[in-house]
Design a protein around this ligand. Structure first.
Ligand code: GDP
Length: 613
C-alpha cells in the first residue's frame, strides 16, 4: 500500500498513537520514535513552511504541528517528568521513603522565616542562632551555610529544629516552583508596632498554598508602641486564629532584638509540628534531599549546602545534585566542624562536587561514581537541549548575523557571570583580545561573580545582550525570565571554548567578503546582428569555460572596454546551453551591451565568498 502523501512527501502516518518526546527534541528524535527517516520529516515541515534541520532542537509547537500532520499524539515531557524517568531508568525512586512504618524515625521540622520587610526576619534568625541553649558546648553558629539546626528542650526532651537561613518567601517560592518542598513549618514574623502589611499577607498565602502550618512570631514587643493584640485581630481576618481565641495557630510574642521569649517560639514550633505533622523519615537508606545554597569557593571548589530529607549522607558517598556530581569529600556543619554523617533534616555543607548545583535542585546518593556522572551528564545535556529549543525566533548569537546583514547591529553585547573574580577577569581579558576587524565590536556591558540572576536577565533583555555563564548557573526565576524574555544564556566551563564560540559568532556578524574567480575566456570571431536581441557574438572558447548567467567583461587590445556585464544568453548551434568548454564555438549576448568587435575577448567570472579563517 502506498503511504499517504504529506505536502508531496511520503511519510507513513500514525493512527493517533501517543509518542513522548522530551522538551527540546529534534526531528531526528521524532523520526526515531516513529521509525522513519529524519530527512523526510524535514521535508514535511518544509512543506508546512517551517525550515529546520534534522538535528536542531525544535520548540513544543513545532513538535505538535508535526504530530498533527502525521497523526500522532505528541506529548512533550516536562523536565520534572523527564527527570523522574531518568532516575527510574537507574532504578532510583526519588522523594519517597523506603521500607515500612517501622523503618521510619522522627525527624526535626524544617522551618522558613517569612514576613514583611523590616519586621525582623534576619534579626530573629540571628537571635535563634545565639539562643541555641542545649548545644552550648558547640559554641555559636559561626558559618553561614544557608541553613542551621538548633536544639531546645521541650517537656524535658531535647528537640532539634532546622532553620532555612534565607529569610523571606522568595527562596521558598523559588524552590517550590521547582517542585522542591523543603519547609515543614513557616514562621510568620509580624512587627507588633507595624501590624499586618502587604508582604505579611503574601507570605501567609504562600505558606497556605504549600499547605505548610504557620507559627506567628509577633516581634518587637520591646517597643513601647507595640500592640500584639492588634496583630492577633488582624491575622484572624486572614484565617489565622490564635489558640487563645479558640483557633489552632500559635502566636508567640518575641523580641528578636532583646532576645525575649526565643525559647517560647522554639517550643511553639515543636508543639505545632507534633500537633499537625507526622515528621518521620527513613534514616537507613541512601540519602536524598535538596540543595539549599551553593557557590564556588576559591580554595575548596564547588560547595553546596544540602538538606538531607531522608536517609543518611556520609563522607565518601557518591552523589548527584542537579547537574553536578561527585563524591562527598568532607561535610561541615554550621559550626564549621567536620561531620561524618548527616541524618534527616540536617543541613550540611558538602565538598567534593564537580559543579555548582542550583538552589532547589534535588540531590541523591547513588551506588557509584559512574552512575552519578551518567545522571549528571544526562541532566546537563537535557538542560542544554531545552535551552536550545526555546531559541527559535529569539535573540541568539546567530541572530546577530542576520541583523548585521540588514545593517541593524554591529555590536555584540555580553554580560559575563563567573564563579570567581579571577575567571571573570580572565574571560573578559581574553574576549577583549578577539580581533575580527573594525566592522564589528564586542562590548561587555556587565560582569559579576555568582549565579545568573533575574536582574542580569532583565538587563540582557533590555539591551539585547547575551549572557555568558562561566561555571555558574541561573538562580531563582532567572531561567524562567530568560525563556520568557528571549534572552540567550550560554554556559561554559572552559575559557577557550567560550572564546572560540564568541569569535565564531563575531565572524558570522561580518559582512561576507567576495573575491573574483576567473571562469573562462572566449574570442569573438563573428558578429550576428539581430533586431530582436541585439548583437550576438560568435565566439571560440579559448580557455576555461563560459557559463550562462555569469559576470563578464569585454577586453579590446588588452584594455577593459566594459566591465561587470551579464552574460545573458549562451548557445551552441541552435540550442540554449548552460556551459561551453574550451575549444568549442558558441554564440552569446551581453545584456544591454552591443558595442562588440571581432577580435574582442569576453572574459567571464563569478564572485565567490571568501571563507574567514
Ligand atoms: P527583615 O527585613 O525582616 O529581615 O528585618 P531585620 O531583621 O533586618 O530588622 C529590621 C529592623 O528592625 C532592624 O533595624 C532591626 O534591628 C530591627 N528589629 C528587629 N527585631 C527587633 C525587635 O525585636 N525589637 C526592636 N526594637 N527592633 C527590632
Amino acid at each position: 500500500m502506498q503511504a499517504p502523501a504529506v505536502g508531496g512527501v511520503r511519510v507513513r502516518k500514525g493512527d493517533g498513537q501517543t509518542i513522548r518526546l522530551p522538551r527540546g527534541a529534534s526531528l531526528t528524535d521524532f523520526a526515531e520514535k516513529i521509525g522513519v527517516d529524519a530527512a523526510s520529516l524535514v521535508q514535511v515541515l518544509f512543506a508546512l513552511g517551517e525550515m529546520v534541520t534534522a538535528t536542531q532542537s525544535v520548540n513544543d509547537e513545532v513538535l505538535q504541528i508535526l504530530g498533527e500532520e502525521l497523526n500522532y499524539d505528541v506529548q512533550v515531557v516536562s523536565p520534572e517528568d523527564e527527570d523522574r524517568e531518568l532516575l527510574e531508568s537507574f532504578q532510583i525512586e526519588f522523594g519517597s521513603d523506603e521500607g515500612d512504618e517501622e523503618d521510619l524515625a522522627p525527624r526535626p521540622p524544617v522551618v522558613t522565616v517569612m514576613g514583611h520587610v523590616d519586621h525582623g526576619k534576619t534579626k530573629l534568625l540571628d537571635a535563634i542562632r545565639s539562643a541555641n541553649v542545649v548545644d552550648k558546648e558547640a559554641g555559636g553558629i559561626t558559618q553561614h551555610i544557608g541553613a542551621y539546626q538548633v536544639a531546645t528542650e521541650v517537656d524535658g526532651a531535647e528537640r532539634r529544629i532546622t532553620f532555612i537561613d534565607t529569610p523571606g518567601h522568595e527562596a521558598f517560592t523559588a524552590m517550590r516552583a521547582r517542585g522542591a518542598q523543603a519547609t515543614d513549618i513557616a514562621v510568620l514574623v509580624v512587627a507588633a508596632d507595624d501590624g499586618v502589611m502587604p508582604q505579611t499577607v503574601e507570605a501567609l498565602n504562600h505558606a497556605k498554598a504549600a499547605n505548610v502550618p504557620i507559627v506567628v512570631a509577633v516581634n518587637k514587643i520591646d517597643k513601647p508602641d507595640s500592640d500584639p493584640t492588634k496583630v492577633r485581630g488582624q491575622l484572624t481576618e486572614y484565617g489565622l486564629v490564635p489558640e487563645e481565641y479558640g483557633g489552632d495557630t500559635m502566636f508567640v510574642d518575641v523580641s528578636a532584638k532583646s532576645q525575649l521569649n526565643i525559647d517560647g517560639l522554639l517550643e511553639s514550633i515543636v508543639l505545632t509540628a507534633d500537633a499537625s505533622l507526622d515528621l518521620r523519615a527513613n534514616p537507613h537508606q541512601a540519602a536524598e534531599g535538596i540543595a539549599i545554597e551553593a557557590h564556588l569557593d576559591r580554595g575548596r571548589g564547588p560547595v553546596a549546602t544540602v538538606l538531607v530529607q531522608r536517609g543518611t549522607l556520609r563522607v565518601g558517598d557518591s552523589m548527584v545534585a542537579g547537574p553536578a556530581h561527585g563524591r562527598v569529600r568532607a561535610m561541615l556543619d554550621e559550626h564549621g566542624d567536620n561531620v561524618d554523617q548527616a541524618d534527616p533534616s540536617r543541613p550540611v555543607l558538602v565538598l567534593g562536587l564537580t559543579a555548582v548545583p542550583g538552589a532547589g535542585d534535588n540531590f541523591m546518593v547513588v551506588p557509584d561514581d559512574r552512575m552519578a556522572r551518567q545522571i549528571a551528564e544526562k541532566r546537563e545535556a537535557r538542560e542544554r537541549n531545552a535551552a536550545l529549543a526555546q531559541r527559535a525566533g529569539r535573540r541568539t548569537l546567530e541572530d546577530f548575523m542576520q541583523h548585521m546583514e540588514k545593517g541593524e547591529t554591529d555590536e555584540l553585547l555580553l554580560i559575563l557571570k563567573g564563579d570567581g573574580s579571577g575567571s571573570v577577569e580572565a574571560l573578559e581579558d581574553a574576549l577583549s583580545k578577539i580581533d575580527v576587524g573594525d566592522d564589528v565590536a564586542l562590548r561587555v556591558i556587565d560582569r559579576g561573580v555568582g549565579a545568573i540572576t533575574e536582574t542580569n536577565v532583565m538587563l540582557a533583555a533590555a539591551s539585547n545582550a547575551v549572557i555568558i555563564g562561566f561555571n555558574v548557573r541561573p538562580q531563582g526565576k532567572a531561567t524562567e525570565v530568560a525563556d520568557r524574555e528571549g534572552v540567550e544564556i550560554r554556559y561554559y566551563s572552559v575559557i577557550y571554548q567560550a572564546i572560540e564560540e564568541i569569535e565564531a559568532a563575531l565572524k558570522g556578524m561580518l559582512k561576507p567578503e567576495y573575491e573574483e574567480a576567473q571562469l573562462g575566456r572566449a574570442e569573438i570571431r563573428e558578429i550576428f546582428r539581430s533586431s530582436k536581441i541585439g548583437n550576438i557574438a560568435g565566439c571560440m572558447v579559448t580557455s576555461g569555460s563560459i557559463k550562462r548567467n555569469s559576470k563578464a567583461r569585454l577586453l579590446r587590445d588588452g584594455a577593459v572596454v566594459a566591465d561587470n556585464l551579464d552574460l545573458a544568453s549562451l548557445r551552441r548551434e541552435r540550442d540554449d546551453v548552460t556551459e561551453v568548454r574550451e575549444g568549442f564555438e558558441c554564440g552569446l549576448t551581453l545584456r544591454g551591451f552591443n558595442d562588440i568587435k571581432i577580435g574582442d575577448i569576453v572574459e567571464t567570472f563569478e564572485m565567490r565568498e571568501i571563507p574567514r579563517s
